[in-house]
Design a protein around this ligand. Structure first.
Ligand SMILES: Cc1ncc(COP(=O)(O)O)c(C=O)c1O
Length: 349
């Protein structure tokens, strides 16, 4: 696997802030895409879109009618919001969380109702369930695994939550990071969405599949809800190049994911050994709880990480970047340790 050599947009800085894959597209996929690019003078004809829809349906044990493609999963989230939220409607989601949810809610004139995370930095399904009963939201958004904490919802808890929600509330389960979750059963969550009239799954090929720049994602839902969603997306939004790349990437994703999981385990252990609190992550990033100034120290070393109200979120996958993070954190901890010693009372008058 080839790591990008040019850190194109930020000079020599290594981007570990956007949860992208640092692995550049391989030569054989690039050659295949070059052929498709030669037809870029034409609008997408729908052939590659239908083929990809079939592949996704087959992999998830559902019918093509249950699958909707989008230009990245954000475009599908936008479609979910536009076909469910009217002005004044409450929308429930965890806070802190993916910043698109409050943004889309406000844009639709809805009322954001955020729910703080439960202990352990988990989505508080109990509290969300309570709000569903009392506030009757039009939409609930659950990120599983969660961003920015990386924690997953326990399967049984999520299943019973989805089964209980009244059907006039739509639940979108945003599985942008699900490929990195070794405990996830992708076909089972797809089946749960297909069987319910009011549950939509969204997934992306921007993360594990390394296609963030091509904008491709998909939703899985009951056929009626999938039709409503499809009606809210723009025509020709999903390009032939994105579809061809997605089909190819699905064949190689397992190796990429295995590498990220191994790097995640190693970085988590090293950070914990240095005394930092790092929740178990099921995603391609880890959260260092607190220590907000650590982001600046890592930036000094040429590594960009993401700042969150919970702490510092570090994307996994860049080998050299991972080493620099560990060195930077070691130096940061030593400096803190030194200064706290200096401030300790000496007992002398
Ligand atoms: C929780 C979550 N959902 C969706 C997305 C968007 O992904 P896409 O690139 O498919 O639009 C992201 C991207 O960071 C994300 O963190």
């Amino acid at each position: 696997m080839t790591e990008e050599t040019a850190m194109h947009d930020h000079g020599r800085q290594i981007r570990m802030d956007l949860n992208e894959s640092p692995v550049a597209i391989d030569d054989s996929s690039a050659a295949l895409l070059a052929d498709v690019l030669r037809t870029a003078n034409r609008y997408p004809r729908g052939v590659l879109q239908r083929r990809l829809t079939h592949v996704i349906a087959q992999r998830n044990g559902c019918a093509p009618e249950n699958v909707v493609l989008g230009a990245g999963s954000v475009s599908l989230l936008e479609a979910v919001w536009s076909c469910t939220v009217d002005p004044g409607d409450p929308v429930v989601f965890a806070e802190p969380g993916f910043e698109m949810y409050p943004w889309l809610t406000v844009r639709r004139g809805g009322t954001p109702m955020s729910v703080p995370l439960a202990p352990g930095f988990r989505t508080d399904l109990k509290q969300i369930r309570h709000l569903v009963r009392t506030a009757r939201p039009a939409l609930v958004a659950i990120t599983n695994p969660h961003n920015p904490s990386g924690t997953r919802c326990p399967d049984a808890e999520l299943t019973s939550f989805l089964a209980e929600v009244r059907t006039d509330t739509v639940v979108v389960v945003d599985e942008a990071y699900v490929d990195f979750d070794e405990r996830a059963d992708l076909a089972a969550s797809a089946a749960a969405a297909v069987d319910a009239p009011n549950v939509v799954l969204t997934r992306t090929l921007s993360k594990a599949h390394g296609l963030a720049g091509l904008r491709i994602g998909y939703a899985i839902a009951h056929a009626d809800l999938a039709r409503r969603l499809a009606a809210s997306t723009l025509p020709f939004a999903v390009t032939d190049v994105a579809c061809a790349a997605a089909s190819a990437a699905m064949d190689t994703v397992d190796d990429k994911v295995a590498r990220i999981r191994a790097m995640r385990a190693s970085l988590t252990e090293q950070l914990r050994d240095l005394g930092l609190e790092v929740p178990d992550s099921a995603a391609n990033f880890v959260l260092v709880v607190g220590h907000h100034d650590l982001a600046d120290r890592l930036a000094d070393r040429g590594v960009l990480v993401s700042r969150s109200p919970l702490g510092v979120r570090i994307t996994i996958g860049h080998e050299q970047g991972g080493d620099r993070v560990v060195e930077g954190v070691r130096e940061y901890c030593a400096a803190r340790h030194g200064s706290s010693k200096e401030n300790q009372p000496t007992g002398r008058q």
